[in-house]
Design a protein around this ligand. Structure first.
Ligand code: DX5
Ligand code: ZN
Length: 229
């Protein structure tokens, strides 16, 4: 099995030293940089917008993975694209026309992602898979770092793995929330290919060791094969 992509989430970094924190995870072996964009409306927290993304663009060559937790999202997508985000992921609940939103992201030459909240069913994205490069499964409720991993999402991850294998194996299956060396094996066993980690990387004394621990986590977890019936 190939090792998973690791995307440290800047949400857990020292916000007084963002440029240094970005360079540090790049040097430590990160694959992508995850950027949590929150508006205090779609989620009960506020972070940063396109100006900060643009400022950080100069400090890293890592793909910038923007997770938009804002509603509406459409009016800001061009701004994040221009700021240098490489991937732009949206929640289906953030606007009335998910298909149109994904078309917009693709039209700007960016990879398009959809994010499923813990209560959001797979069915909400079944008919847009041709426009999707990344599916992100939330294993916490969005809004904050450092929350406990929701094991209830493992069957959803496994079901998405089967769907991706059947319909478009190029889609990256990304997991966000509560990822640690303890929880990573379960999501990898369920079929994840990219792990987002805030606290587990930026809260660790040695970023490189933390990233290596996630990258080399074994894929071992409960058997999630449906039993039928
Ligand atoms: C939560 C964010 C996550 C968060 C993960 O809304 O989407 O990316 O930073 O933080 P940890 O890894 O600490 O759960
Ligand atoms: Zn996120």
């Amino acid at each position: 099995m190939t090792s998973p992509l690791i995307a440290p989430s800047l949400l857990a970094a020292d916000f007084a030293n963002l440029a240094a924190e970005v360079r540090a995870v790049e040097q430590a072996g990160a694959d992508w940089l995850h950027l949590d964009i929150m508006d205090g409306h779609f989620v009960p927290n506020l972070t940063f917008g396109p100006l900060v993304v643009k400022a950080l663009r100069k400090h890293t060559t890592l793909p910038m993975d923007a997770h938009l937790m804002i509603a509406p999202a459409d009016p800001y997508i061009a701004a994040f694209a221009e700021a240098g985000a490489d991937h732009i992921s949206v929640h289906p609940e953030s606007g009335p026309h998910l298909h149109r939103t994904l078309q917009l992201i693709r039209s700007l030459g960016k990879k398009a992602g959809v994010v499923l909240n813990p209560a959001t069913p797979i069915e909400s994205i079944l008919h847009v898979l041709d426009l999707v490069d990344i599916i992100m499964v939330m294993t916490v409720n969005p809004g904050f770092g450092g929350q406990a991993f929701l094991g209830s999402q493992l069957p959803k991850i496994a079901a998405l793995r089967r769907l991706i294998d059947a319909q478009n194996p190029n889609i990256i299956l990304q997991i966000d929330g509560g990822i640690t060396p303890k929880t990573a094996p379960q999501v990898l066993a369920a079929g994840a290919t990219c792990l987002i980690a805030g606290t587990a990387v930026y809260g660790a004394p040695d970023y490189a060791a933390a990233i290596t621990a996630l990258k080399t986590a074994p894929a071992t977890g409960p058997d999630l094969t449906p039993t039928g019936g």
